[in-house]
Design a protein around this ligand. Structure first.
Ligand code: NAD
Length: 544
């Protein structure tokens, strides 16, 4: 337990306040919880009882511990009980007028040396502090939901906060076994500022008809995220999502946070996500996962000899497909055979691909090379074959037009060649039946196809790389360092890797390439590579 803070008040015992009270009592603090009326107090008690009861059933807590935790709490409806607290954490609904009123009241009843903290997600801590006569004693402590589980706590200081007040809160948070990241008072702090730009973009992508909600979510979970962006917004609540975007937009005027129109429409219609039973999705249990028509395993031809070609051949072999490959010369054919096994038929003559159901072009990322290869494949491929190009930096239609059958050409992008996800791209000319067939083939080959429009970055790169770029801009602005940014996203949002580490992993060259393609297509300032990213790339350096 931290030395300076032993008795802690919590105002509001809703989703967050009850969770925070539990964390504090588990950490050995005596807790004074205050609610607005008896009904709300009872809901708070029920919440605490359920949460600790669940921990006992799962064997994470003994009955005695549970009793001790609840025994450390005094719950009531009067602020007077807060008079002897060293620290009070406010967790009432996210409305500035309400929070200011609560702080005025706290200022009256609490000891003059007590630190007053707000759990606001998006309001200005400075504006809340201004409602009191002790702005130097005000900090933000931003816990994440569910508070007992999530490791991150953002600790926010304003320009007026006294260092001692900040230290007291940092020590308290550290003593609770949480990871504290300390930042200044900017809308969205670190985690929400980076998360909501991406969520808002995903909403816009869905609204534009670029891909289905299921495919957008499946594409992003394939990168290791705990859930897709539309499911996450439904869980957070679309009203809360809208409000957080608005708050960040008000401060930054950055279009990336200007709420996607669909978000406002859904909120206006009262469709707030999971809590009202409908948001981007409907939660009546009636939804069925879409069934894709599947046929037999297709025969597969692969043109290329690099790592991507090898990964495609291996996936097809694993799925039991009859596979052939064609490499540029004998040495390359030898190298492929060494990688995939002698039993796979291959060579250097494109006519090997003549009878294939699915032909995947996976040669070097060079438009001229890809176009001439596709033209040559067009000459040998049987009628009805699906031609898939893996080109990712020019529109797929530019490659498809190298053939005389653009209606049979689809784009195929494997964000992680070893992984299960396949982005399947239809151009403006792709025959819908061909796209269906391609999706069925990919399913039989053990991939989860997601359908994307022929737009720069398809789904995964278009959503992931701008978020990484936002993180570099934040780093560049001096608001937070690389460790704080990575910790915020891994501990606060459950990302498998922080954005700065992710950039070093995927390569700065590739990130800049994707951003340039996105910028060329949309002319959106947020997609222009952050100068720091571009300079490090030019220097051949990495972030760490
Ligand atoms: P909530 O609606 O679940 O809980 C708020 C509680 O405050 C309610 O129980 C309400 O009765 C009580 N309350 C209202 N007025 C009060 C008053 N004058 N005095 C005492 N209690 C009062 O809301 P929540 O989701 O717990 O959010 C609380 C705060 O935490 C907000 O600022 C929110 O932005 C922030 N936050 C929420 C999340 C989340 O995921 N829900 C995550 C991080 C931060």
């Amino acid at each position: 337990m931290s030395a300076s803070v032993s008795r802690v008040g919590v105002v509001g015992l809703g989703t967050m306040g009850a969770g925070i009270a539990e964390v504090l009592a588990r950490g050995g603090h005596s807790v004074v919880g205050v609610e607005v009326n008896d009904d709300a107090l009872q809901r708070g008690r029920d919440h605490l009882e359920r949460s600790t009861g669940r921990a006992v059933r799962r064997g994470r807590l003994s009955e005695e511990d549970k009793a001790a935790i609840l025994g450390r709490m005094e719950l009531g409806t009067s602020f007077a009980g807060l008079a002897e607290c060293d620290l009070v954490i406010e967790a009432v609904p996210e409305r500035l007028d309400l929070k200011r009123r609560v702080f005025e009241e706290l200022d009256k009843v609490c000891r003059p040396d007590a630190v007053l903290a707000t759990n606001t997600s998006s309001l200005s801590v400075t504006e809340i502090a201004a409602a009191t006569g002790r702005p130097e004693q005000i900090v933000g402590v931003h816990f994440f939901n569910p508070a007992p589980v999530m490791k991150l706590v953002e600790v926010i200081h304003t320009v007026l906060t006294r260092p001692e007040a900040l230290t007291a809160v940092q020590e308290l948070v550290g003593g609770l076994g949480k990871v504290a990241v300390t930042v200044g008072d900017r809308a969205g702090f670190i985690a929400n500022r980076l998360l909501f730009g991406y969520l808002n973009q995903a909403a816009g992508m869905y609204e534009a008809g670029y891909a289905t909600r299921e495919d957008i979510d499946a594409a992003m979970t394939s990168t290791g995220l705990p859930m897709g962006p539309l499911t996450l917004m439904d869980l957070i609540g679309l009203d809360v999502s809208l409000e957080v975007c608005e708050a960040i937009y008000r401060e930054t005027r950055d279009r990336r946070h200007a709420p996607a129109p669909i978000l406002r429409r859904l909120v206006t219609a009262g469709l707030l996500g999971r809590k009202t039973g409908r948001g981007f999705y409907t939660y009546d249990g009636a939804e069925q996962a879409e069934e894709r028509e599947t046929e037999g395993v297709p025969s597969v031809g692969v043109a290329g000899s690099g790592p991507l070609a090898v990964a495609v051949i291996q996936a097809a072999v694993r799925a039991g497909a009859d596979v052939r490959f064609v490499a540029g010369d004998d040495d390359k054919a030898r190298a492929v055979r060494d990688a995939v096994g002698e039993e796979v038929t291959g060579g250097t003559d494109l006519s090997l691909l003549a009878d294939r159901d699915l032909i995947v072009e996976a040669v070097a990322e060079d438009t001229a090379v890809k176009r001439s290869l596709l033209a040559a494949v067009d000459d040998v491929a049987r009628e009805g074959a699906v031609l898939a190009t893996t080109g990712a930096t020019v529109p797929v239609i530019e490659l498809a037009m190298a053939t005389d059958r653009p209606q049979d050409v689809v784009g195929l992008h494997l964000p992680d060649p070893e992984g299960g996800l396949a982005e399947l791209v239809s151009t403006v000319l792709t025959d819908p039946g061909v796209a269906e067939r391609a999706a069925a083939y990919l399913t039989r080959l053990g991939k989860r196809p997601v359908r994307s429009a022929d737009r720069a970055g398809f789904i995964v790169d278009a959503l992931r790389v701008p978020y990484l770029n936002d993180a570099v801009r934040m780093l560049e602005s001096g608001y937070a360092d690389a460790d704080a940014i990575d910790a915020a996203m891994t501990y606060g949002c459950g990302y498998p890797i922080g954005p700065i580490a992710d950039l070093d992993r995927i390569g700065l060259d590739r990130a800049v390439e994707v951003l340039r393609a996105l910028y060329t297509e949309y002319r959106e300032p947020a997609f222009a590579p952050a100068p720091l990213l571009d300079r490090l790339r030019t220097a051949g350096a990495t972030f760490r």
